[in-house]
Design a protein around this ligand. Structure first.
Ligand SMILES: O=C(O)CCC(=O)C(=O)O
Length: 280
């Protein structure tokens, strides 16, 4: 899939941007599917008003997150719930869906398991690619939340590091509506933090207190259908969306089945739902 020039970019920068990697019609299909599901859903079901806030110590919120690795849940934008009530329709209030749509929803399964993606995974060195986590990120108009600077290895730790991110622009992503930013070359630095389960909650272990290289971040504006491949130790970030345009994206995180997956990673699956590769 990747040309030798793209492989050089990948090694040097820790990411590669692939405009036109996905048919825009497939992006539209995914978007319409998600909107239809949310339009038909009942936000008052258990946990349905949970905001996505990684800084909160709220127990119910953490429990809702920690048990979402092998199901499909929505998490709301901070600002979409006031006094326990949604301030807008659910499909305009959700921050993200996660984290197992690729295994539980046939439309996501089809989008996530294509021969092109299998080839890409091999190109970036995954010997036994396993699809670990899927997220559909909405970046809603006006209230779309920031994704703070991080690398994916922090959250999806393996020994050795193997996580790779496949990020897809489902809508055009621009600086105005909160596109992805990345710090070229900084994938060569080890992860600064690691999120671990501890008791009923989690701790963010600091491995290296040096600040994230935020001055080196460059914007990755992306037209619908563009794909960005991200190395697991590459710092990346996205700003809040204060524009009137949403910025839907789909992201898939893969790991190598030859690496060890620790039992204290936040994302755990029930044994009856083992991770799968690209076979459908
Ligand atoms: O889409 C975004 O704003 C952030 C995505 C991200 O952090 C990821 O895919 O790892």
């Amino acid at each position: 899939m990747l040309t030798s020039a793209q492989l050089v970019d990948w090694e040097r920068d820790g990411f590669v941007v692939l405009p036109g990697a996905v048919d825009p019609a497939a992006c539209d299909e995914l978007r319409e599917h998600v909107i239809a599901k949310l339009a038909a859903a009942d936000p008052s079901v258990d946990g349905g008003l949970t905001v996505f806030d990684t800084t909160s110590q709220d127990h119910a919120q953490e429990e809702y997150f920690l048990t979402s690795g092998d199901v499909v849940r929505w998490f709301l934008e901070d600002g979409a719930v006031v006094d326990g009530e949604l301030t807008r329709p659910l499909e305009l209030a959700v921050n993200k869906l996660g984290h197992a749509m690729h295994d539980l929803d046939p439309v996501f399964d089809r989008f996530s398991r294509t021969p092109m993606l299998a080839e890409l995974a091999a190109d970036v060195g995954l010997r036994d690619p396993l699809l670990l986590q899927s997220m559909y990120i909405f970046k809603q108009p006006d209230i779309g939340g920031e994704v703070t600077c991080h690398c994916d290895h922090t959250f999806l730790w393996t020994e050795p590091q193997s996580v790779i991110g496949f990020w897809f622009a489902i809508e055009d992503a621009t600086i105005d509506n909160g596109c992805l930013w990345a710090a070229p070359g900084h994938h060569r630095e080890p992860a600064r933090t690691r999120l671990r389960r501890q008791g009923a909650g989690t701790v963010m272990e600091v491995l290296d207190p040096s600040p994230w290289p935020v001055d080196d971040l460059v914007p990755l504006e992306a037209e619908k259908g563009t794909m960005v491949v991200l190395h697991g130790t590459l710092p990346h970030w996205s700003a809040p969306n204060t524009s009137t345009k949403s910025r839907h994206a789909y992201t898939l995180h893969l790991i190598d089945g030859t690496a060890t997956y620790p039992a204290d990673n936040w994302l755990q699956r029930r044994p009856s739902m083992p991770l799968r590769g690209f076979d459908r």
